[in-house]
Design a protein around this ligand. Sequence first.
Ligand SMILES: Nc1ncnc2c1ncn2[C@@H]1O[C@H](COP(=O)(O)OP(=O)(O)O)[C@@H](O)[C@H]1O
Ligand SMILES: [Mg+2]
Length: 151
Amino acid sequence: MARPFIHLSGVKKVYRTRGEEFLAISEATFDVELGELVSLVGPSGCGKTTLLKIIAGLHPHDAGELQIGSDTHPFDPSRDIGMVFQQPLLLKWRRVIDNVLLPAEILGLPLKESRSRARDLLALVGLADAEDNTPTNCRAACSSAPRSRGH
Ligand SMILES: Nc1ncnc2c1ncn2[C@@H]1O[C@H](COP(=O)(O)OP(=O)(O)O)[C@@H](O)[C@H]1O
Ligand SMILES: [Mg+2]
């Protein structure tokens, strides 16, 4: 049988702050197939964000197995993970287009192609005319600016 795209088995995460240990996740076990759409649902504080950060490579885990990708579909968290924050976190000193371009800049992607992609994404969310504004000049509309999808 083909390997699942995401495989977690017995994943555990303990937060350690000032000598205190807090068990955030234990025994997280599930598979996600390629192309499958999955929602993580649970009460506040049950560990959803922690688990997503582990999958995104932002947090180490303390035990268990985590595999992502396959030979035919290699996976690189820095390129393949997008993050949409719960609150708008735009950099107010950068123009709208420069906010969208931030991930491309960090990854060192070619600027010309990235700019064209950023413009397409802005048009997609109705912000085609706002690219030269700063976020404070188009506050309501910009809260949905697709920075996390800019790459
Ligand atoms: N950086 C941290 N240090 C210590 N405890 C944390 C940290 N981040 C989250 N927690 C705790 O871990 C638990 C899971 O948090 P989280 O993954 O944010 O849950 P959810 O996203 O499901 O609301 C919560 O009890 C939270 O208080
Ligand atoms: Mg959360």
